[in-house]
Design a protein around this ligand. Structure first.
Ligand code: PNS
Length: 167
């Protein structure tokens, strides 16, 4: 019998995580308190031309969540709802920063619910100090050797320095 049949609330937090930021980590820590188990699922998307490979992204996530016993790191391909079926999970967590996130998030949540009526998406508003933060902005700063120590965990800062080493 699945864990959910025993009343366990399993949520999936999907994303690109290229790389994980302090904003993502804030959502992970807070939602790990709400759900019994949180699976952070990295999209293995070849079309997006990511900076970090899926292996690098999952490894970084593993490092920065190692103190959270009910958080599991995984990756998925193709449709999120198919992955969720495999995991027997029905709850999706997404972070909401500003109004600008809303339209895209509404579209995704509505599509996922249309594809599988049992899927529910929960939005967690970001802590205000992270509301401007994104993986793209972090990469932009790191690319030009700006300080990212306040934006990402130290393991990610090191990994970014590795990618953008001065030649
Ligand atoms: O961190 P991101 O890039 O905003 O995350 C987007 C993500 C990975 C959650 C979304 O692109 C996704 O779920 N992709 C998998 C394909 C899918 O299921 N699409 C249908 C929902 S619109």
């Amino acid at each position: 019998m699945s864990q959910e049949h025993f009343g366990m609330k399993i949520a999936v937090y999907p994303g690109s995580f290229d790389p994980v930021t302090n904003g993502h980590l804030d959502i992970i820590r807070r939602s790990a308190k709400v759900f019994d188990k949180l699976i952070v699922a990295v999209l293995n998307n070849t079309s997006k031309n990511p900076l970090f490979t899926v292996e690098e992204r999952t490894e970084l996530l593993q490092k920065v969540t190692s103190d959270l016993p009910n958080v599991e790191i995984d990756s998925f391909r193709d449709l999120l709802i198919n992955y969720m079926k495999d995991k027997n999970a029905h709850l999706i967590v997404r972070g909401l920063r500003a109004v600008s996130d809303f339209e895209y998030e509404l579209q995704m949540a509505s599509t996922n619910q249309k594809l599988d009526e049992n899927i529910e998406t929960f939005f967690m508003t970001s802590t205000p100090m992270y509301s401007y933060l994104s993986s793209s902005i972090v990469k932009e700063v790191a690319r030009f050797h700006g300080p990212v120590g306040d934006l990402v965990p130290v393991e990610v800062e090191k990994a970014l320095h590795g990618k953008y080493a001065r030649s």
